[in-house]
Design a protein around this ligand. Structure first.
Ligand SMILES: [Zn+2]
Length: 303
């Protein structure tokens, strides 16, 4: 029996890998954020029999050379070699995948990218992330960074001189002007504050936009322009067949449609079908992707 986990800053979701490759969700528990032993105990409580393997999707980045995790929202895992420390503590095989990579794998193997060569799965939520799958195989790249288009200070917050008043926002990675800091839900809120002096949650800003509010319309125009300009460079670099989206903003299909049209207008290839679309696994890509990783490892072990 293999247990799969989707671990975020608030909750640990867990389920059992089925013979047909799906993951049957069993439940969720609160994530012990700052207590390593409590975290280990929580995983052990949800796992199968002693020694049975587990596969984890984790909201965080990993250096594939050192194994050190960067998990700012779960302090007890931050700067720790999580995979090897968990194997030692739990005495069972542990596979760990970054959540954006797990979502991209789920889409490429069983979702919107099924049968397509290049799938660039992106997360548009409280932050911006992504994962790249080519011919069904996850591309991790040097140090495990492949697909992480959210960082690197390339943004022009004036959107080519059309906008005044948007600052270069500092990013959680320590740089200023990253895509993550301006094209995420938190970024949308910062743009709204910069342009209009209003503190609103992203869901309230998009609701006002849908209702025709002029201020929100300007914010959303800036947000989608900045996002599609950045995304278009990655489309030209990667040549994706599809860009499935996960994260909180993926639930707004009208917003995704605007991002899709603006992005396709800017890229070199002529995409006749929508490119930026909601992922089939937008809600459970972590668990499903962890299941795919477990399936792949089992196949390799059986060879
Ligand atoms: Zn950054």
């Amino acid at each position: 029996m293999t247990t799969c986990f989707d671990i975020g800053g608030s909750f640990i979701r867990h389920g059992e890998l089925q013979a047909d490759g799906t993951v049957a969700e069993k439940g969720r528990v609160a994530t012990p954020g700052s207590d390593w032993q409590a975290f280990v105990d929580a995983i052990a409580d949800c796992s199968g029999p002693d020694g049975s393997p587990i596969s984890i999707s984790l909201a965080g980045a990993f250096d594939t050379r050192s194994g050190i995790a960067d998990v700012a929202n779960i302090p007890c895992l931050h700067k720790r070699p999580v995979q090897s420390d968990l194997e030692t503590a739990l005495k069972r095989p542990v596979a760990i995948t970054n959540d954006a990579n797990a979502f991209a794998l789920a889409e490429a193997v069983d979702g919107t990218g099924r049968g397509k060569p290049v799938v660039f799965g992106i997360i548009l939520g409280s932050g911006v992330g992504g994962g790249l799958v080519v011919n069904g195989t996850l591309v991790t790249g040097y140090g495990g960074i492949a697909g992480e288009w959210g960082h690197g200070p390339i943004m022009d917050p004036t959107a080519g001189g059309q906008l005044k008043g948007i600052e270069h926002y500092p990013c959680g990675c320590g740089q200023t002007g990253c895509i993550d800091a301006i094209c995420s839900a938190r970024g949308m809120e910062k743009i709204h504050r910069s342009l209009h002096g209003l503190d609103l949650a992203s869901k309230d800003i998009t609701a006002a936009w849908h209702a025709g509010d002029a201020a929100a319309t300007q914010t959303l125009d800036a947000f989608t322009t900045l996002l599609s300009r950045a995304l278009s460079a990655f489309v030209n670099t990667l040549g994706p067949d599809v860009i499935p989206v996960s994260g909180g903003l993926s639930n707004d299909l009208v917003l995704l449609d605007v991002i899709d049209r603006k992005t396709r207008d800017l890229v070199l290839a002529d995409y006749s079908e929508p490119l930026v679309i909601k992922g089939e696994f937008a809600a459970n890509g972590g668990l499903h992707g962890a299941g795919i990783v477990a399936r792949t490892l089992m196949k390799e072990a059986a060879r």
